[in-house]
Write a protein that binds this ligand. Structure first.
Ligand SMILES: NC(=O)c1ccc[n+]([C@@H]2O[C@H](COP(=O)([O-])OP(=O)(O)OC[C@H]3O[C@@H](n4cnc5c(N)ncnc54)[C@H](O)[C@@H]3O)[C@@H](O)[C@H]2O)c1
Length: 272
């Protein structure tokens, strides 16, 4: 989507971190922004920042784990703005622990937010966006953890691999409807992700404190979320299938692709 000015964006998890960074980057390009978040006060603070940039901001309390809540978000966005040109399915959370340590509630919560949250976004918005004339774009926030594994993050990794696959599929299905899609494969970004259990929903065990000093240090050494927002904005303009924030992770991507290629070589030899 080359021309962003005057168009409308909806960002889930827009009240903090990468979602806020994207809200500011898109508002700075002249887009009106709907900030959807389970934490309404955080969404309201970002709405005020967005409005200072001279565009319209809307803060809407949304729990992406609930299909009805995301449907209400879509209804409100179309009622207030008339069209949605950019959807960022960004809300996401993390739990820490090896596979033997994780509880069923850990799995359910992370998959409910990170995977079903994206599915709910697609179900609520894609039929409307397909009918809408002109260019449309969806950015689904995945992670480097959607491309290769990270120990002690199994539910997160599983959810993000799924988000990459959803994005690739949507990009194929959008052809002919002016609808494109990108997977945001972000690396460490300075956000509140480590303490995401602050918003753990009651049905998944309720809020928890997190004690992961090493991960917290790596995240606080990460990229500024405003910079991630600007990279995403350029990725939408350039219509990239994968938006990478940290190109220095290339070796890890190459290692995964090499492993896939060499196992295919073995399979070919076996079947020759
Ligand atoms: N920070 C990183 O290093 C990093 C790296 C790669 C990908 N990501 C991804 O970026 C996305 C944003 O995370 P962040 O790092 O900005 O963290 P963050 O905690 O700062 O922001 C996440 C936002 O999502 C909201 N949220 C949580 N549960 C929700 C729900 N059920 N419904 C609606 N909103 C909900 C939170 O209230 C918060 O405002 C996530 O998908 C995360 O997996 C983060």
């Amino acid at each position: 989507m080359k021309d962003l000015s005057g168009k409308n964006a909806v960002i889930t998890g827009g009240g903090s971190g990468i979602g806020r960074g994207m809200a500011l980057a898109f508002a700075d390009a002249g887009m009106n922004v709907v900030i959807a978040d389970v934490e309404l006060s955080a969404a309201g603070a970002v709405q005020a920042e967005v409005e200072k940039l001279g565009v319209r901001g809307l803060a809407i309390e949304t729990d992406v784990t609930k299909a009805d809540s995301v449907e209400a978000l879509a209804e409100a966005a179309y009622r207030e703005l008339g069209a949605v040109h950019l959807l960022c399915n960004n809300a996401g959370v993390v739990t820490f622990g090896t596979i033997d340590q994780l509880t069923r509630a850990d799995w359910s919560w992370v998959l409910a937010v990170n995977l079903h949250g994206v599915i709910h976004g697609l179900q609520a918005f894609i039929p409307r966006m397909k009918e809408q004339p002109g260019e449309k774009h969806v950015v689904n926030t995945a992670s480097t953890a959607g491309m290769w594994p990270h120990p002690a993050l199994a539910p997160y990794v599983a959810s993000k691999y799924a988000v990459v696959g959803l994005s690739e599929t949507l990009r194929m299905e959008g052809t002919g409807y002016g609808l494109s899609a990108s997977a945001l494969c972000a690396g460490n970004t300075k956000t509140k992700i480590v303490t995401s259990a602050r918003n753990r929903l009651p049905e998944f065990g309720g809020p928890e404190t997190t004690d992961e000093p090493a991960v917290e240090e790596a995240i606080q050494d990460g990229m500024e979320p405003e910079e991630v927002g600007r990279i995403v904005r350029q990725g939408v303009i350039d219509d990239l299938e994968y938006i990478w924030t940290h190109p220095d992770i290339r070796e890890l991507a190459d290692a995964r692709l090499d492993a896939v290629r060499s196992s295919l070589d073995e399979a070919q030899k076996r079947n020759a």
